[in-house]
Design a protein around this ligand. Sequence first.
Ligand code: CTP
Ligand code: MG
Length: 267
Amino acid sequence: MSDDQAARPGTAPGPAVAGTTRTRTAAVIPAAGRGVRLGPGAPKALRALGGTPMLVHAVRAMARARDVTLVVVVAPPDDAAGVRHLLDAHPLPASAPVGAADVVVVPGGPTRQDSVRLGLAALPEDVGVVLVHDAARPLVPADTVDAVIAAVRAGAPAVVPALPVPDTVKQVEPRGGGEPEPVTGTPDRSRLRAVQTPQGFDRAVLAEAHERIACEGEGATDDAGLVERLGKPVVVVPGHEEAFKITRPLDLVLAEAVLRRRAKDGY
Ligand code: CTP
Ligand code: MG
């Protein structure tokens, strides 16, 4: 299906309601995935890292950013109450700009794209800048979050933290089942970037992208990709190696090592 066919006529968000201005920055944390690639167990975001649930690390990483005053957590649809309970049991430090009342929990959907759309629907009118941050990237440093917000506030409608790709990447005709796969191309590695989160957006632009681009199949794995399909500019800023995504069991080993180093360095 072409992008044109995929775009629904949906209404673009209008201007802020009279009397309110969109000055606040909020973070939406999609945390509704199962974590199939991590293996059997609790939903990925609820598994412990250094004794603390991954989701709690991710909420703290957002709350640590200077400008973030609201965090919307998108929970597994069958356990939103359990996630609320978990977050209440791990309150944010008093120094965080986000108070306990400003962490909202909403149930997610079957794909990441659905979950983010449901999180955006929970934002109050006065939010003008939105970060979307994977619960599965619990260790993103505060400086990376602040840099993304700063780039949006400086006028970029969509900002993505990213790193150069260490491996050479091949394009193939997928076969599956371990069968040899014919190579169809080798993109120039110097022009490739591996993207991370939090991705930052002008709220109206991201809302329009989620309203107009219908979720097909597994849906979009990246919010900036939806904005690109609207034809709006997206820019990349430097990401951070500690913003890696916890996907497979080996990633847990790396995350535990990062936490041990931070404990030693007094992070
Ligand atoms: N996510 C979500 N709703 C879904 C699917 C994914 O909110 N229906 C979230 C995950 O919780 C995660 C982020 O999107 O924080 C990135 O997804 P991914 O790393 O793929 O996590 P999972 O989908 O949980 O893992 P897997 O694909 O291995 O099952
Ligand atoms: Mg997934």
